[in-house]
Design a protein around this ligand. Structure first.
Ligand code: ADP
Ligand code: MG
Length: 550
């Protein structure tokens, strides 16, 4: 019907397709998982729309995924009865790359030109485009569930262009036909495909049929009793939702009924975060559901950005399905959910630090930067302080490499001590030689060391912990009252008049640059020291200024 239009892929898509088509990735079977997960997403979107009262064609149709294999024609076909796509959506969704996972993959490839992109495909999953690993031609038939939308056929061999044309007889939903490359003909074999579905797509909440037979066990793990879920089941579920192949290092599976209903399973990945995951562009990896119906793939209104390393599901049947976008952003209910989940995660991590100190320290090494981001970005002081219990520092009273927490520090404070002291220095040896440390060392006061520039920012933002001000030792030095009576000062080898002369000379030469110049008793091994009222803030200012200049 009508002539086929020839359209070009966006440049980035072309680059991706080129990598994918040439890939020798040994687990090319993951394309099955990718296509099933897209079909499943499309079904969830349809279910959502039908519950919120949109006008849809055939709103009561069964929501299913059908796969078919055909050895004769060497094809693999997947069809769903989900939302489908309009013409524009096909151009937008299949011709350009806007998806975070795929974007992350491309970034990685660019970042590490020398490494083998094959090994990365599996880690990221390149979505729909993974079809081109196994097929030399892909046909997509789609009909949007919006009323009266015509059906379209999209077809491409994965090189620079694709064709698009209106088509007759297209059913509501999407059908994708993969014309397999000869060396990937195994994907037209029923047994092979069956085992792949079992491996990757067991948890899909919609019935999957292969050549007419239903095969998946419909199970939403997060709704199960946490005690009945084995570690293997968690691994499998984690791989499915995260599209990754490592295992979770920590698993938090819980449910609550008061103050609101919540079913939650959250994972901390075993792997270290990559550059992309660390960047602010990375999206939250937790989906938001209400009774198994997906509301949002990225629950960024409930999981704050600093917890973007978590993967999992948050399900609350208290969320009305037709909650508008604005309400989702800012309802009291959503805020409450957020508070409950965030508190639970912090408490969980704190528990790990008590019960599995070693695993916690590994976590802290890999993900500590997110914890610090949390302290900076959370608004409420109580939450900041809750997160701050997870912080660890080297300390002046402990051996190098040994780390202490703020509560530990406080439990050891001297009776008269009111502040928690810290010292920012690039390294342990510089910290120990710092003139600022001397006065406190003398008094046997413990000082925490901040070796990273942002550690200091975190403490400035935190301001206090357990009602104790967090004070930089430089500031402390300025504030200490002391006797400046010349007669009682130990002047060493100087005579009193020489000392007075030196003071006058310094005052004269530093005029306009130093607020005051005076003798002190606080230094032991250094002849003099410069102090600045808010050195921490000043240092930060200087750093950001010079960063902007370069
Ligand atoms: P992702 O699933 O991460 O969004 P994909 O490359 O797998 O990325 O898919 C790209 C987009 O194409 C999807 O976001 C969706 O909008 C659209 N799409 C893919 N498959 C289907 C389908 N079966 N039904 C409807 N839309 C689909
Ligand atoms: Mg996808």
């Amino acid at each position: 019907k009508g002539n086929a239009e020839k359209l070009e892929f966006q440049a980035e898509t072309r680059m991706l397709l080129d990598i994918v088509a040439k890939s020798l990735y040994s687990e090319s079977e993951i394309f099955v998982r990718e296509l099933i997960s897209n079909a499943s997403d499309a079904l969830e979107k349809f279910r959502y729309l039908s519950k919120t009262g949109e006008n849809l064609t055939e709103a009561s149709r069964p929501l299913e995924i059908h796969l078919a294999t055909d050895k004769q024609s060497r094809t693999f076909t997947i069809q769903d009865t989900g939302v489908g796509m309009t013409r524009d959506e096909m151009i937008e969704n299949l011709g350009t790359i806007a998806k975070s996972g795929t974007k992350a993959f491309l970034e990685k490839v660019k970042e590490a030109r020398s490494t083998d992109p094959n090994s990365m495909i599996g880690q990221f999953g390149v979505g729909f485009y993974s079809s081109f690993m196994v097929a030399n031609k892909v046909d997509v038939y789609s009909k949007s569930s919006q009323e009266n939308a015509p059906g379209y056929k999209w077809t491409s061999d994965g090189s620079g262009t694709y064709e698009l044309q209106e088509a007759d007889g297209v059913k509501e939903g999407t059908k994708i036909v993969l014309h397999l490359k000869t060396d990937h003909r195994q994907f037209s074999d029923e047994e092979t495909v069956l085992s792949i579905i079992k491996k990757y797509s067991n948890f899909v909440g919609n019935p999957i049929f292969l050549n007419g037979q239903q095969i998946n066990t419909v199970q939403a793990l997060w709704l199960m009793d946490p005690k009945s879920v084995t570690a293997d089941m968690h691994d499998e579920f984690y791989n499915f939702i995260g599209g990754s192949y490592d295992r979770p290092r920590f698993t938090l599976h819980f449910s609550t009924d008061v103050p609101l209903s919540l079913r939650c399973v959250l994972y901390v990945p075993d792997g270290k975060p990559g550059l992309f995951e660390m960047s602010k562009e990375a999206k939250v990896g937790v989906g938001l559901y209400s009774r198994k119906v997906m509301i949002k793939t990225k629950a960024d209104n409930i999981i704050p950005s600093w917890l973007r390393f978590l993967k999992g599901v948050v399900d609350s049947e208290d969320i009305p399905l037709n909650l508008s976008r604005e309400l989702l952003q800012d309802s009291a209910l959503i805020r409450k959910l957020r508070t409950v989940v965030v508190n639970r995660v912090i408490r969980f991590l704190h528990d790990r630090s008590q019960k599995e100190a070693e695993s916690f320290m590994k976590f802290y090494n890999d993900y500590g930067i997110f914890v610090k981001e949390g302290i900076i970005t959370e608004v409420e002081q109580v939450i900041k302080e809750d997160i701050a219990k997870l912080l660890r520092f080297e300390s002046s009273t402990k051996a190098p490499g040994e780390l202490v927490s703020l509560p530990e520090y406080i439990s050891r404070m001297q009776p008269a001590q009111k502040d928690v002291y810290y010292l920012a220095a690039p390294s342990r040896s510089l910290a120990e030689r710092s003139p600022y440390l001397e006065a406190l060392k003398e008094k046997n006061v413990e000082v925490l060391y901040c070796f990273q520039p942002y550690d200091e920012m975190v403490l400035i933002q935190l301001r206090q912990f357990d009602r104790k001000p967090l004070t930089s030792v430089e500031k402390e030095m300025r504030q200490m009252k002391e006797n400046v009576d010349m007669d009682s000062l130990p002047l060493g080898s100087l005579s009193k008049s020489e000392a007075e002369g030196l003071l006058l000379w310094l005052q004269h030469n530093l005029k306009g640059r130093a607020h005051s110049v005076k003798f002190t008793q606080k230094l032991e091994n250094h002849p003099c020291v410069v102090t600045v009222e808010e050195m921490a803030a000043a240092r930060h200012f200087i750093r950001t200024q010079s960063a902007q200049m370069t």
